[in-house]
Design a protein around this ligand. Structure first.
Ligand SMILES: [Zn+2]
Length: 68
């Protein structure tokens, strides 16, 4: 399954950051995806594949919820 990421998407990761936060926001798209920890502000560049596996919850704040 292909997961689409958009700028500004809110992500909850399975594993907490060392700062204790699990909430991240998508800030850069491309072959690698940049996400920012909303708790400590740390910026992380990771591969799309790794991120897809790490994400527990994924919200598109800008878009309306899609019907299943
Ligand atoms: Zn953090």
């Amino acid at each position: 399954m292909v997961v689409e990421f958009h700028l500004g998407d809110a992500l909850t990761l399975r594993k907490a950051h060392p700062c204790g936060g699990k909430a991240w926001r998508v800030e850069r798209l491309g072959a690698d995806i940049g996400i920012r920890c909303l708790t400590c502000g740390h910026y992380l560049l990771t591969s799309r594949r790794k991120l897809e596996r790490a994400v527990k919850e994924h919200a598109h704040p800008a878009a309306a919820p899609e019907a299943p």
